[in-house]
Design a protein around this ligand. Sequence first.
Ligand code: 1JT
Length: 256
Amino acid sequence: MSGLLAGKTALILGVANRWSIAYAIAQAYVREGAKVLLSYQGERQRSTVEELGAELGAEKCLACDVTKDEEITALAERIRSEHAKIDAVVHSIAFADREDLSRPFVETSRAGFALAHDVSVYSLVAVSRALAPLMVEGGSILTLSYLGAVRVVRNYNVMGVAKAALESAVRYLASDLGPANIRVNAISAGPIKTASARGVKDFSKVLEVVANHAPLRRNTDPAEVADAAVFLASQLGRGVTGNVLYVDAGFQIMGL
Ligand code: 1JT
């Protein structure tokens, strides 16, 4: 077996269920020969993620609520003592209050703004700081973004502002960690019907518009996001850092 990620250990944060983008990435990383570690948020998610991990062929599941510094430190310590090093981290985590994704953006509360940024942006900074010292042979840190970071997308609201901060954080982290040969990138995926997207007002209309206008005339499949994530974590991506790679059937290029 000589997959693109053979000999590498990867931590994937953000598997919630079979439809998660992180789940598709974990599948692809296992397929390419990586040893995959999954994190789950709390006891409530534990059994679900353990089941999914077993099904995937993940090595183990570790608890980590990314809003708690001590849990991030404990996660890094466990990986250090049990695996010594890590080669790739995938951050596929975001959260905002439901009401903030439907009311006008101008109505965003201070608390709703802070929550979205804490979970969706600061967590990348904290996880990168804790795990970079374990990337002793260099490494790849990857996060997930969306077009709402750079364009106004109706209802995306505070998440768009958070994703803009996330994409900027990718650049600053890439600059800080580049000398240690740690690359930091984002994939900006087209809209995908995950649990997060479920309940978003008019989400099926968003999918329909994209399928009708994207150059490839279809929506984005989580498996093609996962294959791009393999590229970025592998030797093939060695020259790419600080970048946002669109995996969106081309939708982002269209004007009128
Ligand atoms: C969150 C949610 C982050 C949904 C998300 C997200 N990133 C992408 N989506 C899907 C989406 C949502 C909207 C959209 C396009 C895609 C839910 C809450 C947690 C954070 O607008 C056209 C609104």
